[in-house]
Design a protein around this ligand. Structure first.
Ligand code: ME8
Length: 562
């Protein structure tokens, strides 16, 4: 039988775990927010979801950064990991766990995984020892094949150096004895995975890139570094002269979070939240997640994540924002300047899966003024303007509706007068939810935002065109209350629905908006994001359905007690 909704495993979503060689920047916040929004979208549908994030604390890059700052690696990682945790907090991220690869549970998980790779597999599929020669980039923490290396000049000194033709990072020639993972033996299985699951890597363009790499550049993977060169890491428990390659260590974090270890059996009930439903990464690390990671899992016959979602980069002056380059936006300053929710809104609105986006304060300011203030803020103010205001508000209209005589609500208005075309907004309100769901199911909050804001824009225009405030004064027009209340009702519904749908993106602001509209907490899930039915219009006010209608309006604006 089908598992019922509450026994279904939670939707497990992961961010990469971030290197702690330096403080976080806006790119890290972006990935966290994207994952958080997608997690909250699951919850909006009433499903349970689990979000993990954390820090990647081993490896050459960390060891060198510590040496440069003249602190111990432990001091460096403790200090910087705190900053990522604080960023998650200030960024409104609702992570369920924050993993650090230096914690004991993770080290045990890695040792167990490692031992399986080494001893638990048929010879041709397991680890083997050999001499490794190749071009290594410390800043990218990986080797590059010969055909992807080129000569360049070091910017400061003009000295000739070799760099990766993909990332431009400096590489050095390394020759050493290491353990190898026979990645090439998994080539057919990987290609089969891609062929049979065309949406496994999103977007499609990245799938093509990955497939091309597997077809043309696949080499066995060196998975240890000599402990003499790299001591800051997890060592091979049986062969401590070798330190496990930081990427193998790091990828296993996703399993550690799911409780992986020697007691973890392949029976589904023991696997907790694994497999991950969605693993989000930047394009810089797609290869590790879409090639090495599934191959490692295939080796141990573990279930694969269901989808890898890859996004492009935030740039500054046309270069990828990066800790190593130093051209970064401090996310703490950005949050302080714009507020958590407006910044989340901007990152989700402008960030992109398929193209790089440049970060600009002028742009944020413009979006803040035009969309948040002039659009949603303005509509909110029009509908919920505080009573103290001397100007007429739609809230006053609703109150007068509740205070008024129901018998006056008759369909006497001249419906052919385009001026009173109060139902023109309704198709748009009714169309929003499907589009929102389609975009969010496609992991595209930008598309969802676009739809919500087009509804809000149209609602503002609708209110401006009909001018309910002037109708309110024209008590001589027959049916004025009817029109007035329909206009107020429709625009309030648009705002309420937008508020529900914006919760994943701006949890605090949307929550406040729904509070102001008196939407009960249990009515904030997606099934409530539909317009209230209006079949009570035009029928006898004593019909019980009218009373129901009044009840449901009450949840938005309860009548003030006399
Ligand atoms: O790669 N724009 O860590 P990392 C958008 N520890 N996102 C960006 C970005 C930018 N300019 N810069 C970084 C590592 N990111 C490894 C990962 S996972 C098992 C190990 C985000 O600190 C983006 O998600 O270099 C990118 O993939 C990630 O930070 C890399 O963070």
């Amino acid at each position: 039988s089908q598992p019922s909704a509450d026994t279904e495993k939670p939707y497990y979503i992961t961010t990469p775990i971030f290197y702690v060689n330096a403080a976080p920047h806006i790119g890290h916040l972006y990935t966290m927010v994207l994952c958080d929004v997608l997690k909250r979208y699951q919850q909006l549908q009433g499903k349970s979801a689990f979000l993990s994030t954390g820090t990647d604390e081993h490896g050459m890059k960390i060891q060198q950064a510590a040496a440069k700052e003249a602190v111990t690696p432990k001091e460096l990682v403790d200090n910087n990991s705190q900053k990522f945790l604080r960023l998650a907090h200030e960024g409104g991220i609702s992570q369920d766990t924050f993993i650090r690869t230096t914690n004991q549970q993770h080290k045990r998980a890695v040792s167990h995984f490692w031992t399986q790779l080494k001893n638990g597999l048929p010879k041709r599929l397991g680890l083997y020892k050999s001499t490794h020669k190749g071009w290594y980039s410390v800043s990218d923490e990986c080797f590059y094949p010969e055909d992807l290396i080129e000569a360049s000049l070091e910017p400061q000194t003009g000295k000739k150096i070799m760099v990766s033709s993909e990332t431009g990072s400096m590489v050095e020639w390394v020759e050493e004895e290491t353990w190898f993972f026979p990645l090439t033996k998994y080539k057919e299985q990987l290609l089969k995975l891609y062929d049979e699951n065309p949406g496994w890597i999103q977007p499609e363009s990245k799938m093509r890139e990955v497939r091309n790499w597997v077809e043309n550049h696949l080499e066995d993977l060196s998975v240890t570094r000599p402990a003499a060169r790299l001591s800051w890491g997890i060592s091979d428990p049986e062969d401590p002269k070798h330190t496990i390659y930081v990427w193998v260590d790091a990828l296993i974090n996703y399993l550690t979070v799911a409780g992986y270890g020697d007691k973890w059996h392949l029976k589904e009930e023991n696997m907790g939240i694994w497999p991950a439903d969605l693993q989000v990464v930047g394009k810089d690390i797609i290869r590790f997640h879409a090639i090495y990671w599934p191959a490692l899992l295939m080796a141990l016959d573990l279930p694969l994540p269901k989808k890898i979602l890859c996004h492009n980069h935030w740039t500054m002056s046309n270069r990828k924002m990066s800790k190593s380059v130093g051209n970064v936006v401090n996310p703490f300053f950005a949050i302080q300047r714009w507020g958590t929710d407006p910044l989340r809104y901007f990152l989700m609105r402008n960030g992109s899966l398929s193209k790089d986006t440049s970060y600009s304060n002028d742009l944020i300011e413009m979006i803040y003024l035009k969309e948040l203030q002039a659009n949603i803020g303005n509509l909110y103010y029009r509908i919920c303007r505080p009573k103290s205001s001397s100007r007429w508000s739609t809230r006053d209209a609703i109150e007068s509706y509740f205070a008024g005589d129901f018998k006056q609500i008759e369909h006497m208005v001249d419906l052919s007068d385009p001026r009173y075309n109060y139902s023109s907004l309704e198709p748009h309100i009714d169309g929003v939810l499907d589009i929102y769901k389609r975009e969010m199911d496609n992991n595209n909050p930008a598309g969802a935002i676009n739809e919500i804001f087009s509804l809000l824009r149209e609602t503002n225009r609708y209110v401006s065109d009909i001018e309910p405030w002037s109708i309110a004064k024209k008590t001589h027009i027959p049916g004025f209350r009817f029109v007035l209340n329909r206009v107020v009702f429709n625009s309030t519904e648009a705002l309420r629905i937008a508020g529900i749908l914006l919760q994943p993106i701006m949890p605090t602001k949307a929550g406040r908006l729904l509070d102001e509209l008196n939407v009960r907490p249990e009515r904030r899930t997606i099934q409530w994001a539909v317009r209230g039915t209006d079949d009570s219009y035009g029928i006898s006010p004593t019909d019980p359905r009218v009373m129901e209608k009044v009840q449901s309006w009450n949840t938005i604006f309860p009548p003030t007690p006399a």
